[in-house]
Design a protein around this ligand. Structure first.
Ligand code: ASP
Length: 303
């Protein structure tokens, strides 16, 4: 891996496999005890979040602490960013504190890449605009592989606001590198035709039933209202056509896994019955977020 982790697209399969294998070692064992280590004692990581986050920020913080590192979190609204400091000035200030890594979330696609060009510090992308969210795709892959022997040949439907989803992009790259088939589905304005070209094995449909038929995994996405400039679909209409309900589950493979990166909007893109059902792996995803981020931090900081 280069100095940090900016996206899934540039990674080799072997690098992804190494992270996923290492993450398995950080999952709680049969005794449910949390795994800790001192591997990063004395190191400091900074969480720099320009957009809201619950799961990603806390799990990076927990991951750093379980490895013995010091972790501090800066949220844009509570920092000088809200006083008008430019990104470059904020970065120079942070750089002068000599963190060992910066974990960054930003509404602008490419912001972590910009940071990586200007600072000698390794940068981990925790979500940049509509571009990538690499640790989400890694934790999703870990979650699937906890229940399936391999990603090869799996059929995965990703449903919702594809156009604005960094989760979709990172997952498409990862799943495609491992030979899975990816069916993207959503309302036509949120399903750009170019997505069929971004990686091998990707197809598009606006018909949810067609997308779900015989799939191994269904990944639901939140409608990214904060990234849409057009009038939003009325919630009830969206749910009628693209909301995942129990009746859909029967169309998929009997052991289908239902996933969602969160935050979930019950009654908008997923029904409560499905979100809370036996088929739902949503909380497994959250749990794997810590193990995967431990593996990423260890790898980035041991360079
Ligand atoms: N938490 C994910 C992200 O940051 C998904 C979402 O917000 O809908 O992209």
């Amino acid at each position: 891996m280069p100095a940090g982790l900016l996206g899934i697209e540039p990674l080799e399969r072997a690098e992804i496999e190494a992270i996923l294998d290492r993450a398995r070692g950080f999952q709680p064992g049969g005794d449910h005890r949390v795994k800790r280590s001192d591997a990063l004692r004395g190191r400091m990581v900074v969480n720099l979040f320009y957009e809201t986050s619950t799961r990603t920020r806390t799990s990076f913080e927990i991951a750093a602490k379980r490895l013995g590192a010091d972790a501090i979190s800066i949220t844009a609204s509570a920092s000088s960013v809200s006083k008008g400091e430019s990104l470059v000035d904020t970065l120079n200030t942070l750089g002068a504190m000599r963190p060992d890594a910066i974990i960054m979330r930003h509404a602008a696609s490419g912001a972590p890449h910009f940071l990586a060009r200007h600072l000698p510090t390794p940068i981990i992308n925790a979500g940049d605009g509509t571009h990538e969210h690499p640790t989400q795709a890694l934790l999703d892959a870990r979650t699937i592989l906890d229940q399936r022997p391999s990603l090869e040949g799996l059929r995965v439907a990703i449903i919702g606001d594809i156009a604005h989803s960094r989760v979709a992009r990172s997952n498409i790259h990862l799943l495609s590198k491992f030979g899975a088939e990816v069916v993207l589905c959503g309302p036509a304005p949120l399903l750009p035709a170019q997505f069929a070209q971004i990686a091998p094995g990707v197809t598009l449909t606006t018909d949810m039933r067609e997308a779900i038929r015989d799939v191994d995994v269904i990944m639901m996405l939140r409608v990214q209202l904060e990234r849409q400039h057009e009038a939003a679909f009325p919630a009830s209409e969206y749910f009628q056509f693209f909301g995942l309900r129990l009746e859909h589950i029967e169309l998929a493979k009997p052991d289908v896994m239902v996933m969602h990166p969160g935050p979930i909007n019950r009654g908008r893109e997923i029904s409560s019955e499905v979100a809370d059902s036996q088929r739902s792996a949503i909380l497994n995803q959250v749990e794997n977020g810590v193990a995967v981020r431990m593996a990423v931090l260890e790898r980035v900081l041991s360079n």
